[in-house]
Design a binder for this molecule. Structure first.
Ligand code: APR
Length: 247
């Protein structure tokens, strides 16, 4: 076992408040493509489809791509060993909070309880007119855009579009967790998108040790990362848990 993994395991074992911060990379081994990088979604689709103004002005076109990207394979992805290991770390009392930028619900499916969905979720939809909420699997997407059964308003996925604010409760709990963490795991994220990308910086400014897991360098690696465990999250995290059980 390499010395970095052992060092990370020792930090986590004695941590008073460890938080995990995850991005799209943690779900890649579940078959969900990331946004950036060679086979990233943004290399095939224009991110404008997730711009809130575009959604309101080109609703049908936006919904056509949103359906393809987020709903055609909806519910078919399953947690991978990275998700299940974080859930295990929470059960062991090692992980106190999990902040995710992902909208795929895989952390909850894996059993994690204290999950803050910083960018909302694809699990529900909301009426843009009356605010009525729908469970996404119950919404018929054969006709786009989907309309509210109550007021005929256009439904929007409950995840955050570019130009929208962060859900207040997730924002507050995430900042609080970042401020009080003494160990902060950064897993599978480029650190490209504000304000989510500020959370590891907040943790660092509050003297947290940053342990990063990624297949390649991110915006954090040569700046705030204390221990960089290079590799796939689905392989690194089980190894890390194994080391925690041995130190
Ligand atoms: N294990 C660990 N990391 C991985 C793996 C893997 N198996 N596969 C890819 N990665 C890494 C990539 O190297 C990259 O750093 O995951 C990261 C994915 O980066 P992005 O696609 O930019 O995802 P993310 O950082 O979560 O994007 C943030 O951007 O488009 C918005 O709202 C969207 O929440 C998203 C936000």
């Amino acid at each position: 076992m390499d010395k970095n993994t052992i060092k990370a395991a020792e930090l986590l074992k004695k941590a008073k408040f460890a938080t995990a911060f995850t991005g799209a990379g943690i779900s890649v081994e579940s078959g969900i493509p990331p946004f950036r990088g060679n086979d990233g979604l943004w290399s095939k689709y224009d991110p404008v489809v997730l711009d809130i103004n575009y959604f309101h002005t080109n609703t049908k076109d936006a919904w056509r791509v949103i359906k393809k990207l987020f709903y055609d394979f909806f519910g078919k992805a399953n947690p991978n060993p990275a998700h299940t290991t974080l859930a295990e770390m929470e059960k062991m009392g090692i992980l106190k909070a999990l902040i995710t930028q992902n909208i795929d619900n895989l952390h909850q499916k894996a059993g994690s309880k204290e999950v803050y969905e910083y960018h909302g979720t694809a699990q529900t939809m909301v009426c843009t007119k009356c605010g009525a909420k729908y469970h996404s699997p119950d919404v018929d997407l054969s006709i786009l855009p989907p309309l509210c059964k109550k007021c005929n308003g256009v439904l929007k996925p409950d995840f955050i579009f570019f130009g929208e604010g962060i859900p207040p409760e997730a924002a507050q709990k995430s900042s609080h967790a970042a401020e009080r963490s003494d160990v902060f795991l950064v897993i599978g994220t480029t650190g490209e998108v504000m304000p989510a990308s500020m959370l590891p910086q907040i943790a660092k400014q509050n003297s947290a040790k940053i342990i990063e897991i990624n297949v390649e360098n991110s915006n954090y690696t040569n700046h705030i990362t204390d221990i960089f465990l290079q590799g796939k999250a689905g392989e690194i995290l089980p190894e890390l848990l194994n080391a925690i059980n041995q130190v």
